[in-house]
Design a protein around this ligand. Structure first.
Ligand code: FAD
Length: 486
C-alpha cells in the first residue's frame, strides 16, 4: 500500500457514461474532498441476475459499450478495471485490495438488481465500507410518482400527465475532469478475457452497420433522429419500412445517454414548433418510465401476469409453432419479416413487435413468457421492464393493457403499416418480386401469377401455419375458458 489516500470506488452498472451521472459526480466530489481519485470498475456477474443473465445480443452490446467507456476514462488519465464474479464478492475484494472506504453507484431497478444492491451494501458494511446509491437512469425515481391515495399508478395516461407536468429542468452535471480517475492501482481482466463476444455466430453486416454502442453512438443517433425523423414522428413511427424512430433503446438501456440528456437536447434543438411529434416522442420516453415504475411496484411481473385472472389462461405448449415463429417461417409475411429483422439486426420495429407478440400469444396461444425469453436473448435493447411490459400489454394481461379481444390481423396490419411492402421485401427476399397488392397475403394470389414471380408456396415460402379466422375463434374461446375458471 502507498501513502496516497485510498481511492473511492465507482461501480458502473447500467450507466455506461460519464456525463449527467449524479452518483459519479458524488464519487468524484468525495474523492476530491479527501485528496484522492475515483477507481472506476465494472463487474461481469453472470450469477446475480439469475434467469435474467444477459442474452447474447446484449453481451455483444456490452462488450463494445465497455470498450467505449474504457477509452473515455483512459483519455482522462484513468483506467476502467473489469473483473468477473459475484458483484458483492468482487466489490468487497476490490475494497480490501485498495483500502477504499466508500463505493458509489447508480440505482438500477430490476428486482434482482435491487436485491443485489442490498447484498452489496451488507457485504461492504461488514468490512466497514459504505455504499452510496443515487438515481440516474430515469426522469423520475420509481416511487416518486404516486396517485392521490399515495399508491402506484396502474394506468399510463394519468401517470404520464403527472410526470409531464414536472419534467426536470435542472442543469446537467459535467463529467469529472482530467485527473479525477485512478490508474494502475489494481489489475483487471484484459479485453480478450471479457468473454462477451458470441462464439457460435457473427453479427451480420446489417447489424454492424446499424449499431455503434457507446456514448458517441448514442449522441449521433439522437442528433440524426432530431434532424431527419422527429418531424413526422407521430405517424412515421408506426411504419416499419421507414427510418422513423430514434433507435435509442439500447443506448438508453445501458445508460449511455440519460433521458434527461435526451430531454435537454430536444429543448436545445428548439423543437417546440414540432409540438405533436415532440409530445409523442416524449410520451414514448414516458412508457419507458411507466414500465420501470410498474416493475418497481410489482416486481413479479417479469414472470407472472399483472392481472391475476390470467393465471388460469389455457396457454398451449406449442413447440412447433414457437419454433416456426422464432425462425420467421409462420407463412405470415409481416410476422416473418419482423422475426428475421430481429435475428439479423438484434432489433425489431415497435409496431412489428406488437404484431409478432400478438401472433405468438393469440394465434398460437403460446405463453407470453416464451416470447419474452426469445426477445431477451436476441434484442440488443433487451430491458426487463420494457420487455415484460410490452409482452404483457400485447397479451392482454398487463397494466393498462390492450384488451385480449384485440387480436391483430397480420394481413391487415401489414397492409396498413407497410402498404408498399418495402419492409417485407427487405426481410423476406423470397417474396420481393410480389406486387404490393399481394405481398401480405401471397396465398390469395392466383397460383399462375405467383409461379410467374418464381414463388411456390410450401416450397419457397411456407403456407400460413394457422388460419387467421380459426385462430381468432380459438383465442376468444381460450379467453372465455380462462374467465370461467376464475
Ligand atoms: P423510439 O420510438 O425512438 O422511442 C424513443 C424511446 O422511448 C425508445 O428508445 C424507448 O426507450 C422508449 N420507448 C419507445 N416505445 C416504447 C414502448 N412501447 N414501451 C416502452 N418504452 C418505449 N423496449 C426496450 O427498450 N427493450 C425491450 O426489451 C422491449 N421489448 C418489447 C417487447 C414487446 C413485445 C413490445 C411490444 C415492445 C417492446 N419494447 C422494448 C418497446 C419498444 O418496442 C422499443 O422501446 C422501441 O421499439 C425502441 O425503438 P426506438 O428506440 O427507435 O424507439
Amino acid at each position: 500500500m502507498t501513502d496516497k489516500p485510498a481511492p473511492v470506488l465507482y461501480w458502473f452498472r447500467q450507466d455506461l457514461r460519464l456525463a449527467d451521472l449524479p452518483a459519479l459526480n458524488a464519487a468524484a466530489q468525495a474523492a476530491a474532498d479527501s485528496g484522492t481519485t475515483v477507481l472506476p470498475c465494472f463487474i461481469l456477474d453472470d450469477a446475480s441476475p439469475g434467469e435474467w443473465a444477459l442474452g447474447e445480443a446484449s453481451q455483444w452490446w456490452l462488450h463494445h459499450s465497455l470498450l467505449s467507456l474504457a477509452e473515455q476514462i483512459t483519455a482522462k488519465g484513468g483506467e476502467l478495471v473489469v473483473r468477473r464474479g459475484r458483484s458483492d464478492e468482487a466489490l468487497a475484494q476490490l475494497a480490501s485490495e485498495t483500502g477504499a472506504g466508500r463505493v458509489y453507484c447508480s440505482q438500477a431497478y430490476e428486482p434482482w438488481n435491487r436485491e443485489l444492491e442490498a447484498r452489496v451494501g451488507k457485504q461492504l458494511e461488514a468490512q466497514d465500507v459504505s455504499l452510496h446509491t443515487l438515481p440516474g437512469a430515469l426522469l423520475f425515481a420509481p416511487g416518486d410518482i404516486l396517485n392521490q391515495s399515495g399508491e402506484a399508478f396502474k394506468v399510463f395516461t394519468p401517470f404520464w400527465r403527472r410526470c409531464r407536468s414536472q419534467l426536470p429542468t435542472d442543469k446537467l452535471a459535467q463529467p469529472p475532469g482530467d485527473g479525477a480517475f485512478a490508474a494502475g492501482v489494481v489489475s483487471g481482466l484484459a479485453t480478450d478475457d471479457w468473454d462477451l463476444l458470441p462464439k457460435q455466430w457473427q453479427p451480420s453486416p446489417e447489424w454492424q452497420d446499424m449499431w455503434s454502442p457507446g456514448t458517441s453512438g448514442a449522441a449521433r443517433a439522437l442528433e440524426t433522429f432530431i434532424e431527419r425523423a422527429l418531424e413526422g414522428y407521430r405517424d412515421d413511427r408506426d411504419k416499419p419500412g421507414v427510418a422513423g424512430t430514434s433507435r435509442l433503446s439500447p443506448h438508453l438501456h445501458w445508460g449511455e445517454i440519460s433521458p434527461r440528456q435526451v430531454l435537454a437536447t430536444l429543448r436545445a434543438a428548439g423543437t417546440d414548433d414540432l409540438e405533436d411529434d415532440r409530445e409523442k416522442f416524449l410520451a414514448e420516453l414516458g412508457w419507458r418510465e411507466f414500465n420501470q415504475h410498474l416493475l418497481y411496484h410489482f416486481p413479479h411481473i417479469d414472470a407472472q401476469p399483472f392481472k391475476d385472472d390470467f393465471r388460469n389462461m389455457p396457454w398451449q405448449a406449442n413447440e412447433e409453432g414457437y419454433r416456426a415463429w422464432c425462425q420467421g417461417r409462420t407463412g405470415y409475411p409481416i410476422v416473418d419479416a419482423g422475426m428475421r429483422e430481429l435475428w439479423q439486426t438484434g432489433f425489431m420495429h415497435n409496431r412489428v413487435r406488437m404484431i409478432c407478440a400478438s401472433f405468438l400469444t393469440k394465434h398460437l396461444l403460446v405463453p407470453w413468457q416464451w416470447g419474452a425469453k426469445w426477445f431477451w436473448d436476441t434484442l440488443v435493447d433487451a430491458d426487463l421492464a420494457n420487455n415484460s411490459g410490452g409482452w404483457q400489454w400485447v397479451a392482454g394481461c398487463g397494466a393498462d393493457a390492450s384488451p385480449w379481444f384485440r387480436i391483430f390481423n397480420p394481413v391487415l396490419q401489414g397492409k396498413k403499416f407497410d402498404p408498399d411492402g418495402d419492409y417485407v421485401r427487405r426481410w423476406v427476399p423470397e417474396l420481393a418480386a410480389l406486387p404490393a397488392r399481394h405481398i401480405h397475403d401471397p396465398w390469395d394470389m392466383p397460383p399462375m401469377l405467383l409461379a410467374a414471380e418464381g414463388v411456390e408456396l410450401g416450397a419457397d415460402y411456407p403456407h400460413p401455419i394457422v388460419d387467421h379466422k380459426e385462430a381468432r375463434e380459438m383465442a376468444l374461446a381460450a379467453y372465455q375458458e380462462r374467465s370461467a375458471g376464475t
